[in-house]
Design a protein around this ligand. Structure first.
Ligand SMILES: Cc1cc2nc3c(=O)[nH]c(=O)nc-3n(C[C@H](O)[C@H](O)[C@H](O)COP(=O)(O)OP(=O)(O)OC[C@H]3O[C@@H](n4cnc5c(N)ncnc54)[C@H](O)[C@@H]3O)c2cc1C
Length: 395
């Protein structure tokens, strides 16, 4: 079968097949492990899963032994397989925010920065966090990143950073941080070793989702000192560098949660075929059968949208508009799928007896992070207006 595929597709399929087998047989049984807490899996569980992934040869599967990165289209196949369990991405080291942070550092960090900050992430020895959002109560950056308040001022040979951040995934327990702060030249990114006494976790928020280790923290940054060589790129490059990470990171969320919803659909299908009501299996009731049919259609459309956008990123384009379109289409489709899975399964669907309930919660949060649906639509509307003007306002 793989003989007839182009070489890259065959390579990705082979990696994805190994990841899928690992996630289904080795990782999935850990979904009931008591170390899966409200603030994500405990780091002892992460370490145990990663040791198993390493032994199975599937740790960090999207980065090859020579340091090269799979294409976006190849990553799509592999991350869908990893996402088949909510624990899969963290087990094989393709989870957010590490995967996006590795991608960014691989693209723009200096060799010294890669050795210090990227190597432990690729090896799966460390976790990382991306510090951009700030508390709404402070009037800080959220949907609008230009509201950035965290300040970076020159301090001798380096910088001093002060501010507060919110929703910082994995900050609790991370070893590497990428902090966005406003220098006189504009938003800039700084690499930091964690923990640091100047970066204090105020609290870990109680959020609807629970798949990401460390949860999502509110963080105070008070007199953080970094040397000049800890800046990523140049002063004022922050938003441009964040763009490098943005579109691929949006798309990899789509890939992982497509895997999650594929599994939720499988569980709902199994339930609908076994469970009887009014003298026949649920699936033979048209209302249920149609819900599952609509799932199939949404799953395929999500897959095609991801592959389309991945192909665009593989041309080297930033894919800003295309990744916005993909993020909206996929996250909204996945929400419909997760909701139908819950409904098909009745009371069991809202219980913790299967991962369907968790997938529903995770996908709900996904409609907000990496750009809420409305913000993507709003930026697309602005582009439509720009394009209309550029075309000479004809029509
Ligand atoms: C689970 C989770 C994990 C996260 N992880 C991280 C992380 O690791 N690092 C990080 O820096 N941030 C992270 N975030 C923050 C995330 O990026 C922000 O929540 C998101 O950008 C929205 O910002 P906000 O919450 O301040 O919402 P607000 O900016 O207050 O917006 C609220 C709502 O207003 C609407 N809205 C806003 N602008 C427009 C517009 N132009 N047109 C129409 N409607 C609009 C949208 O519906 C939006 O949901 C995470 C968030 C969540 C929920």
């Amino acid at each position: 079968m793989t003989d007839t595929l182009p070489a890259a597709a065959a390579r990705a399929r082979a990696i994805a097949d190994r990841v899928e087998a690992f996630v289904r047989t080795v990782v999935a049984p850990f979904e009931r492990d008591p170390r899966c807490g409200a603030h994500g899996p405990a780091d002892t569980l992460v370490a145990e899963l990663r040791a198993l992934a390493k032994a199975a040869g599937v740790l960090t599967p999207h980065i090859l032994a020579d340091g090269s990165h799979l294409s976006h289209r190849e990553v799509a196949v592999v991350l869908r397989a990893a996402g088949l369990s909510p624990l899969g991405p963290i087990a094989v080291n393709v989870a957010a925010p590490d995967e996006g942070n590795m991608y960014l550092l691989g693209k723009v960090a200096t060799e010294a920065q890669k050795a210090r900050f990227l190597a432990p992430l690729v090896a799966g020895r460390a976790r990382s966090a991306f510090f951009m959002t700030e508390p709404a109560a402070d009037g800080g950056a959220g949907s609008d990143p230009s509201m950035l308040q965290t300040q970076a001022i020159r301090d001798g040979n380096g910088w001093r950073i002060d501010g507060r951040k919110a929703f910082i995934t994995g900050a609790q327990g991370a070893a590497v941080g990428i902090v966005m702060a406003k220098a006189p030249e504009g938003a800039s990114l700084f690499l930091v070793d964690l923990p640091d006494p100047a970066i204090r976790i105020e609290r870990v928020l109680d959020t609807i989702d629970s798949s990401m280790p460390g949860g999502h923290a509110v963080v105070a940054i008070d007199g953080l000192r970094v040397t000049a060589d800890q800046m990523l790129g140049e002063p004022g490059d922050g938003y441009a560098l964040a763009q490098v990470r943005l579109a691929p990171a949006r798309l990899t969320h789509c890939m992982r949660w497509l895997g999650g919803c594929t599994r939720a659909h499988e569980i709902a299908v199994d339930y609908a075929n076994r469970r009887m009501a009014f003298g026949k299996p649920l699936i033979d009731h048209e209302g249920v059968g149609f819900m599952l049919a609509e799932n199939l259609i949404d799953l395929k459309q999500a897959e095609l949208m991801i592959d389309w956008c991945a192909d665009i990123l593989d041309t080297g384009a930033l894919g800003t508009a295309e990744s916005s379109m993909a993020k909206v289409a996929v996250s909204e489709a996945l929400m419909r799928i997760a909701d139908r899975c819950v409904q098909v399964m009745g009371g069991t669907g809202v219980s913790g007896d299967t991962i369907v309930e968790q997938i529903f919660r995770e996908v709900r949060a996904f409609r907000i992070y990496d750009g809420p649906t409305e913000v993507h639509k709003w930026s697309l509307a602005k582009k439509i207006k720009r394009d209309w003007k550029a075309a000479g306002a004809q029509g």
